[in-house]
Design a protein around this ligand. Structure first.
Ligand code: ZN
Length: 108
């Protein structure tokens, strides 16, 4: 267990896998996990772009609410995103990334 005294008492068990899409609660955007070192994650905009770093306590699962409830809108946006990125439609993927960001911000 990593020792993080400044975050004592705040349990953040969420540890996304590489390649997973996550929600950065600080920057209000979705990123793809490229790398991880301790509690620091390297994120990249889905479909490509400039990478950024985020702390694990800022990350939330993208596609499910924290309560683990299934969200139809998230599923819909996620499927559309994967469909677009599968065929190399970067503009489409970027649009769905934005849609996911707005939806996460508004609904979760
Ligand atoms: Zn949702």
């Amino acid at each position: 267990m990593p020792h993080t005294p400044e975050r004592a008492g705040e349990a953040t068990a969420y540890t996304p896998a590489l390649g997973e899409l996550v929600w950065d609660a600080t920057r209000k955007r979705v990123g793809e996990v490229m790398d991880r070192q301790w509690s620091r994650y390297q994120l990249r905009p889905p479909g490509g772009g400039i990478e950024w770093h985020a702390e694990s306590h800022d990350l939330r699962p993208s596609g499910a609410s924290r309560q683990g409830q299934r969200c139809e809108e998230c599923s819909r946006i996620k499927s559309a995103y994967y469909a677009a990125s599968r065929v190399g439609d970067r503009d489409g993927a970027a649009r769905w990334t934005t849609a996911m960001g707005l939806h996460q911000w508004a609904a979760h």
